[in-house]
Every structure is written in structure tokens, then in C-alpha cells.
Design a protein around this ligand. Structure first.
Ligand SMILES: [Ca+2]
Length: 331
């Protein structure tokens, strides 16, 4: 645990018992302000564009490019069935030969709008002219409908204070909200925010989106879970790989046109995943959205929502003062 410095207000998943579940935001802020260690831990990661890192990266890309070129594909993803409850659950791991160099994209900000700086964002989606948001922390978790332009919260329901809310998805007129370590998913009526039912599940809950058939859920590992929206049962899982290696810490999700997008915890990175193979097809550099000063007062990027009419993403983060509307362009 000492080897891996944790963020001041969260610690997952290898040191998850502490801060995220137990610390209130006020604790977070005082910790951040007072502890030099916390300050170091919360410093932004090294700039991605530093030359040493860059050449290492280019070298790695070249190496894997050669590997990809010479390795003959050995068929489709490896699948293995295992029993999960009464249903057969398929667990897919891409074969090592399916190394793919992801397309390199970056964000270009079109507009930025105010975002509640007290919202510890864990889930974000856009539907019919409104932003829906799930916020976390014990005692502060909520479901919100937010006016995008002003950032004002127009409708809000509190989550029981002992719970820590996470991802959010819309299925028809039902909003699904999961919890971090409480094993509960809540289903609300989208317009009234009345709770219509609950589901229980095993493991942690991080991100959630709906692909039109299944709820897709992350748990902080490299795995995505595809759940039946009626029963919340797991129908299949897939391991996500980037350049042939497991990509862990998949966090907030967005299902867009048959692909799954995920922002990666503690990194200003968003990836586009093929949901069948788990292969990362594109990686988005989303660094530089906040100023250095803003970064000091905020937590990680977390919250991506697709605007289908404009074909752009909305991006925000935990305690971020802004929601950014961005286009994705080549790096
Ligand atoms: Ca989302």
C-alpha cells in the first residue's frame, strides 16, 4: 500500500478501504491542504508530452507495431464459459495476438459551462435536453437533473446517507444508479425521480451505461460486465486491453453507437472500447481542461456524456467547476 500513493480523497481499488468510503469532502479538503504527502499524492501526473516519455512511447508503439505486423491472428477472442447463478456467463479475453495500436485523439474544447463544484461526479448522461448526474460520497450522494447552460440543479433526490453512489444509465424512462461498495442498484422514474425498484449485485460498482440491450458496468478492474436491465444479472463479461495489455481502472462509461467509452481513473484519458473483443480502439488525451489552480481544488476527471445531435462529448469531473463540451480530433 505504501508503494502506491493514494489520492487524498479516494483510494481504489487496492487501497479502497480508506478515504473514498470514509472521508467526507471537508476531510478531503483539509487533508489536501495540510498534508505534504497528500499534496504530493494529489499532484497531477507527469505531462504526457515530456520528451523522454514521448520517445519511450513512440518506441513502444513501434515495437508493438512490428509485433502486430508479424504475428498471425489466431482467430477470434478467447471465450470461456463459467456458471454465474443459473445462467451461463461468457468471459472474453482478447488473445495476445490481437494487439491493436489505438487511434490517438485529443479533445478540443467547444464550450465550457458552470458545474456545481460540490458535485463529486460519478455518473453523467444527456437525454432530451437535460443533463442527469449521479454524485458520490457518503452523506452527499444524489441523483440530479441539471441545466447544462447554467449548471443549476433543477431536480434532486438524495441517496441514503450511508451509501456511496456511482454510475448512472438510462433505460427507457428508468434511471439506473449503482453504488460503490454497497451492492445496491436503484431504479428511478426519470421524470419524477421516484424510486421504483432496487437490485442487489456482487462486487463494486463504478461506471454504468446502456447499450440498447445490456447495462454495461465497470468495477475498477479491466473488466466490463453486461447486465440484463430487467434482472440486473450478468450476461457476459469482457476484459479490456490496450495495445495487448489489460487496461484497469475503467471508470465512468458512455455507450455510443455500439462502442463503449470509458474514462480511466486518475488519468486524463478516455478510451473507446470494442465491446465484443474488449480491445481499445482509440485513446483520447483529455489533459489540460483545468488550470493548475483549478486542479488543486478538484479531483479526477470523471463524467462523460454523449451529445448525439452535436456528436460531441460533455466532460466533467469530481468537484470540477466546469462541464466542457468537446470535439474529438486527431492528436
Ligand atoms: Ca456517462
Amino acid at each position: 500500500m505504501a508503494a502506491r500513493k493514494k489520492r487524498p480523497n479516494e483510494s481504489r481499488p487496492d487501497a479502497k478501504s480508506e478515504s473514498k468510503s470514509s472521508k467526507k469532502k471537508s476531510d478531503v479538503r483539509s487533508t489536501r491542504a495540510e498534508s505534504p504527502r497528500a499534496k504530493r499524492a494529489s499532484a497531477p501526473p507527469p505531462a504526457k508530452g515530456s520528451s523522454g516519455t514521448k520517445w519511450l512511447y513512440v518506441g513502444a508503439l513501434g515495437f508493438f507495431g512490428v509485433v502486430a505486423a508479424v504475428v498471425v491472428a489466431q482467430g477470434g477472442p478467447e471465450s470461456r464459459g463459467r456458471r454465474g447463478g443459473t445462467e451461463e456467463v461468457t468471459d472474453v479475453s482478447p488473445p495476445r495476438s490481437s494487439v491493436q495500436i489505438p487511434e490517438a485523439l485529443r479533445v478540443r474544447v467547444v464550450e465550457r459551462r458552470p458545474h456545481d463544484p460540490d458535485a463529486f461526479t460519478q455518473g453523467l448522461l444527456w437525454h432530451d435536453g437535460a443533463l442527469y448526474e449521479s454524485t458520490g460520497l457518503e452523506g452527499e450522494s444524489s441523483l440530479r437533473r441539471v441545466d447544462l447552460t447554467s449548471g443549476e440543479v433543477r431536480q434532486r433526490v438524495e441517496v441514503p446517507e450511508e451509501l456511496f453512489a456511482e454510475g448512472l444509465a438510462l433505460v427507457g424512462d428508468r434511471l439506473f444508479q449503482i453504488t460503490w461498495q454497497n451492492h445496491k442498484a436503484f431504479v428511478y422514474d426519470r421524470s419524477t425521480f421516484e424510486k421504483v425498484r432496487e437490485h442487489e449485485y456482487e462486487g463494486e460498482g463504478w461506471g454504468l451505461c446502456y447499450d440498447g440491450t445490456h447495462l454495461v458496468m465497470s468495477d475498477g478492474s479491466d473488466r466490463l460486465f453486461f447486465r440484463d436491465p430487467e434482472t440486473f444479472e450478468v450476461r457476459r463479461t469482457v476484459h479490456v486491453t490496450k495495445v495487448g495489455r489489460p487496461l484497469r481502472y475503467l471508470n465512468e462509461l458512455e455507450c455510443v453507437n455500439g462502442k463503449v467509452w470509458a474514462n480511466v481513473w486518475q488519468r486524463d484519458e478516455i478510451v473507446r472500447i470494442d465491446p465484443q473483443s474488449g480491445v481499445v480502439e482509440a485513446t483520447v488525451d483529455a489533459s489540460g481542461l483545468l488550470t493548475r489552480e483549478e486542479r488543486r481544488r478538484t479531483d479526477v476527471l470523471n463524467g462523460i456524456a454523449w451529445l448525439p445531435d452535436r456528436e460531441r462529448f460533455l466532460i466533467t469531473g469530481k468537484l470540477w467547476p466546469w462541464t466542457f463540451e468537446v470535439e474529438l480530433v486527431e492528436r
